[in-house]
Design a protein. Structure first.
Length: 120
């Protein structure tokens, strides 16, 4: 009987530890992007999803400029910094924005941040 009780206590505390261990710091930020029509919105969003730490990318609103042949899209990016010591602001400034501006995401450029990073 005592052995059963100890097993239950141990299992209970192990469950508590597992829950804390696997909690992720998740954030979201909204960006205004300019995307060349040659590349398309979905292709650019798929490329952004490939950035390490980015989990979900959603286009909220897009308009097409016929003269410039570009889309202007408001995009929500959900992410989690892979290092505990990395802040959301650091992730956005040093990883997310430079990667979107690079050749890894062709045809896309960041017009501006539409919101601050918010923990979710």
């Amino acid at each position: 009987m005592m052995e059963n009780y100890l097993d239950n206590v141990i299992d209970y505390h192990l469950d508590l530890l597992r829950e804390e261990k696997y909690k992720l710091r998740q954030y979201k930020v909204e960006l205004i992007l300019s995307i060349d029509s040659h590349y398309g919105i979905e292709e650019s969003l798929a490329d952004i999803r490939s950035i390490p730490g980015v989990t979900i990318v959603t286009a909220l609103h897009s308009t097409y400029n016929e003269v410039q042949k570009k889309y202007t899209s408001q995009v929500r990016v959900k992410f989690h910094p892979q290092l505990d010591s990395m802040s959301a602001r650091f992730f956005i400034r040093k990883i997310l924005l430079p990667t979107i501006r690079s050749q890894e995401i062709p045809g896309a450029s960041v017009v501006r941040l539409a919101s601050r990073a918010e923990q979710i």
